[in-house]
Design a protein around this ligand. Structure first.
Ligand code: ADP
Ligand code: MG
Length: 256
């Protein structure tokens, strides 16, 4: 494994470039995620944050550059090898993406149940243990996603992401569209989830208060590339005009 300052690099994106039909979305993207680190990606709507995440999980293929997960370049990796590597990731998508036809417990254990060929009983026990770790009510397990609130669906999606203890967690806008109280509960959940699996996380978010709660490091995507990076503390003090605009427009109270 690559090591810098004794910390293992779990994701390394180098010179990533992505366009759709000649329309350039991302260029010169370079960053590293270290073991145990929680990274937040911020940027205006449409700046390419979800596209970046989809490249990292292999749903999109970059035009250029490499994406190493645990030191293996996933770009152009044969399908089976890629799928095996991706099993090490826990992901929530921007738009929920729970399976409507499966109960919440079946959603939570979906990936692991198939992989480990768990019995229904053991899968149920596993789902319950995860729900308990996250401090959620067991009653939701036997309901369908449509029978619980949007905030609760996001929590089930996080439970699903951490099932099987993946060491790398990727969350795309986990708090968007939620009220601030539910949003901060989700943040707590993310912090607990990262600690529970002892892993590393990338969270895409619009919410600067959330960044300050969950992240060790922040990167701003602007003008198709990473135009700023630093700690949340540095972000709040930054003189960078885009950072300031971003904070002012989303959470002006953070400046007070
Ligand atoms: N599959 C696709 N085909 C064509 N254009 C896309 C596709 N996915 C995303 N885009 C475009 O890429 C840009 C960045 O999108 P996205 O990464 O979703 O932004 P955000 O930062 O809000 O997550 C947008 O202009 C979007 O329309
Ligand atoms: Mg997005």
């Amino acid at each position: 494994m690559s090591k810098i300052h004794n910390k293992k690099i779990v994701i390394e994106v180098s010179n990533l470039r992505k366009s759709f039909n000649g329309n350039l979305i991302l260029k010169d993207i370079n960053f590293k995620l270290f073991e145990g680190e929680s990274l937040a990606i911020i940027g205006a709507s449409g700046s390419g944050k979800s596209v970046l995440l989809k490249n990292i999980i292999g749903l999109l293929i970059p035009d250029n550059g490499s994406i190493k997960i645990n030191n293996i370049n996933i770009v152009n990796l044969p399908r089976v090898a890629k799928e095996n590597l991706l099993l090490e990731l826990g992901i929530t998508f921007q738009h929920g993406a729970l399976f409507d036809s499966l109960k919440n417990w079946e959603n939570i254990v979906f990936k692991v149940k198939n992989r480990k060929k768990l019995s229904k009983k053991d899968a149920g026990i596993l789902a319950l243990s995860i729900i308990k770790k996250l401090g959620l009510e067991p009653q939701i397990l036997d309901l369908y996603p449509s029978e619980i609130s949007g905030g609760m669906q996001k929590r089930v999606a996080i439970a699903r992401a951490i099932c099987g203890d993946p060491k790398i967690l990727l969350f795309d806008e986990p708090t968007s569209g939620l009220d601030p109280v539910t949003g901060s509960l989700i943040d707590e959940l993310i912090i607990t989830a990262v600690k529970t699996v002892g892993g590393s996380a990338i969270t895409i978010t619009h919410d600067m208060a959330s960044v300050c709660r969950i992240a060790d490091k922040v990167i701003l995507i602007d003008n198709k590339t990473i135009s700023w990076s630093g700690t949340p503390k540095e972000m709040l003090k930054s003189k960078n005009s885009r950072i300031q605009e971003f904070i002012q427009s989303t959470n002006p109270k953070l400046f007070q």
